[in-house]
Design a protein around this ligand. Structure first.
Ligand SMILES: NC(=O)c1ccc[n+]([C@@H]2O[C@H](COP(=O)([O-])OP(=O)(O)OC[C@H]3O[C@@H](n4cnc5c(N)ncnc54)[C@H](O)[C@@H]3O)[C@@H](O)[C@H]2O)c1
Length: 250
């Protein structure tokens, strides 16, 4: 499939996990991708590897907490590729802690990356997406749909991403810009490897948060992002596509 031939795409969180798999998938289907991440060494290494496979992937290092840098990245896509067709907001951070032990800085950091970063990217991208009748795919989480214990800032931030996506979908539907979210459950990536609940956590609380069919690979989430970002999803906007192995079905 070459659903993204001739398309210009910006992916955040592109150095690792779901963002890297999405970059590979979209570039593999013909997209020209500005691959963005704060981890300079990893991003350059992965982008070089993809370029070595003949994929059109250009790295850009910045922190999504810097709203001016978000705007400059969008401007680079337009300057380099002539337009922007698809924005994938995938950069994010996870935090497990007892709620009353959270510091102001920790709460603010999770929101600054997971929510403010998505806001700044969408705000910069939408004027260009209006020109191409393009679309946005944001990575929320099932943690934004059901409460996850010891994970309050993350859960709250992902709920915000889901509702931001729906609000933008409504606001821009008549002008041809689609906005969707993906809500993954447990995906095997560096974010989740080695994550453990905090000391003295009530472990039975996690029992109902387990997927019914193993864990997902990042490529399986990337496939869903590619569908939503493609013209096959012309009638899909404002959705929160749940990919969680049945976790939230029970
Ligand atoms: N892995 C899961 O089980 C899972 C489940 C649901 C949702 N998600 C969401 O999917 C997205 C990707 O997660 P992942 O599992 O691939 O994690 P990951 O840690 O493998 O990748 C996240 C990437 O985001 C980048 N990043 C972090 N902070 C940044 C910042 N301030 N500016 C720019 N880049 C930054 C990191 O450098 C990293 O490359 C996240 O938004 C995460 O919350 C993950």
């Amino acid at each position: 499939m070459q659903r993204f031939a001739g398309k210009a795409v910006l992916v955040t969180g592109a150095a690792s996990g779901i963002g890297l798999a999405t970059t590979k998938r979209l570039a593999g289907e013909g997209a020209r991708v500005l691959a963005c991440d704060a981890n300079a060494d990893l991003l350059r290494k992965e982008a070089q590897a993809l370029a070595g496979q003949g994929l059109e992937v250009v790295p850009r290092v910045f922190d999504v907490r810097d709203s001016a840098a978000c705007g400059e990245a969008v401007a680079e896509v337009v300057a380099r590729f002539g337009k922007l067709d698809v924005l994938c907001n995938i950069a994010g951070v996870l935090m497990f802690k007892h709620f009353t032990e959270l510091t102001d800085e920790e709460w603010t950091k999770v929101f600054a990356i997971n929510v403010n970063g998505v806001f700044a990217m969408c705000r910069a991208a939408i004027p260009h997406l209006l020109e191409t009748r393009g679309n946005i795919v944001n990575i929320a989480s099932v943690a934004g749909m059901v409460g996850v214990p010891y994970n309050a800032p993350y859960s709250a931030s992902k709920g915000a991403v889901l509702m931001l996506s729906k609000a933008l979908a409504v606001e821009y539907a008549s002008r041809g810009v689609r906005v969707n979210a993906v809500c993954p459950g447990s995906v095997l990536t560096p974010m989740t490897s080695g994550v453990t609940p905090p000391a003295h956590a009530e472990l039975p609380l996690f029992a109902r948060l387990s997927p019914l069919i193993d864990h997902a690979q990042p490529e399986e989430i990337a496939g869903a992002v590619a569908y939503l970002a493609s013209d096959e999803a012309r009638f899909v906007t404002g959705s929160g596509l749940v990919i969680d192995g049945g976790q939230t079905a029970i």
